[in-house]
Design a protein around this ligand. Structure first.
Ligand code: TRP
Length: 348
């Protein structure tokens, strides 16, 4: 069996460093590992519209932003197919058939959907499109026969749902679809990077994100005003590194080489953490080091992004090409699905 990756993001904003450590960085590694036969990266505009249907301009504008972020991070259209979800109409058709295999109660039990419904305050007026997006996500994954889906932790319920649908489809209509597995970041701090304000999640509406496109000054300003340990008032006070976003970011980004380059008094992060916990290490010093690490990591991404942004038509041409290829692959799966469901009436 082939090793196939499918993953994607909703184009509702520029991508931030949470996306980077949670999934993007890994995707680029997997892309370059040579271990995968096919890799598909999807800009999930149709899914973004399930809760932004009243704001198509936002979704449209962010397709460009997300594509730029992808390319700037090192996704390479020669090695992977980057495409736009709405332009692979077979996905919608698959969704319709899969909906027969899922109950309303099951969708309402999905913990990620449940949390989102609560947060959006839909009350009893839940748009059907929104509630069924896990089914459409199953179509995205299965259309490409993906075996591997590199995602953040919040997507695990979607993968569980996808596996259930695949099992019931194959059970009813015969072995047709492939059961996917999720791949999460190995480093626990990368699972969900907190906001710069210490809130559990980076979110545009909270204004607590560091974007891949932020200027050097913006990064510095955001790092220097980060939330740390509120009880670490004096440098000499013992500090907490566990719920401290500066240390969580260092967990996600720093390496021993960074210490050798910018802070050679510590051999590694463990030594620095031990000093902070014992007392005697000030937040300023931690932040300066974090800033140096982030600047070093993000500078080449930003530079590449600026270069790519000079030719937006080329970015759209790449997406158009990728969408064409994706349509062919999804079309083949759809034909198999229709055959399995015995609705291939007019096939010669
Ligand atoms: N739900 C994902 C997100 O919020 C985007 C997405 C849509 C996706 N379809 C997918 C991710 C299929 C992985 C596989 O970012």
């Amino acid at each position: 069996m082939k090793n196939i990756i499918l993953t994607g993001d909703r184009p509702t904003g520029k991508l931030h460093i949470g996306h980077y450590v949670g999934s993007l960085r890994r995707r680029v590694e997997l892309q370059n590992s040579g271990k995968y036969d096919e890799i598909y990266v999807m800009i999930a505009d149709a899914q973004a519209l399930t809760d932004n249907f009243d704001n198509p301009d936002k979704v449209r504008a962010n397709i460009t932003e997300v594509a730029l972020d992808y390319l700037a991070c090192g996704l390479d259209p020669n090695k992977c197919t980057i495409f736009v979800q709405s332009h692979v109409e077979q996905l919608t058709e698959l969704t319709f058939y899969y909906m027969n295999l899922v109950t309303l109660a099951r969708l309402e039990r999905n913990p990620t959907v449940k949390a989102e419904l609560k947060q959006k305050n839909f009350g009893l007026s839940i748009p059907m499109g929104f509630l069924t997006y896990p089914v459409s996500q199953t179509a995205d994954i299965t259309a490409f026969k993906a075996t591997t889906v590199p995602v953040g932790e919040d997507q695990l319920p979607m993968l569980e749902q996808a596996r259930e649908i695949v099992r019931s489809f194959n059970g009813l209509y015969g072995e047709t679809l492939v059961e996917p597995k999720a791949v999460l970041p190995e480093n626990k701090s990368c699972l969900r990077l907190p906001g710069t304000d210490g809130m559990a999640k980076m979110s545009k509406s909270l204004g607590n994100c560091i974007y891949l496109s932020d200027s050097a000054d913006e990064i510095k300003r955001k790092v220097m005003s980060m939330y740390t340990d509120p009880n670490h008032l004096k440098v000499t006070d013992p500090g907490n590194t566990k719920d401290n976003p500066t240390f969580i970011y260092l967990d996600a980004f720093s390496s021993d080489e960074h210490f050798a380059r910018y802070l050679p008094e510590y051999a590694n992060l463990d030594e620095m953490k031990a000093h902070y916990e014992r007392g005697g290490l000030g937040d300023m010093k931690v932040k300066k080091f974090l800033n140096a690490v982030l600047q070093e990591t993000l500078e080449p991404i930003r530079a590449k992004r600026e270069e790519l942004a000079k030719d937006i038509p080329a970015v759209w041409a790449m997406l158009k090409e990728g969408s064409k290829k994706a349509r062919e692959v999804a079309g083949n799966t759809l034909a198999e699905v229709k055959k399995a469901m015995k609705i291939d009436y007019f096939v010669e």
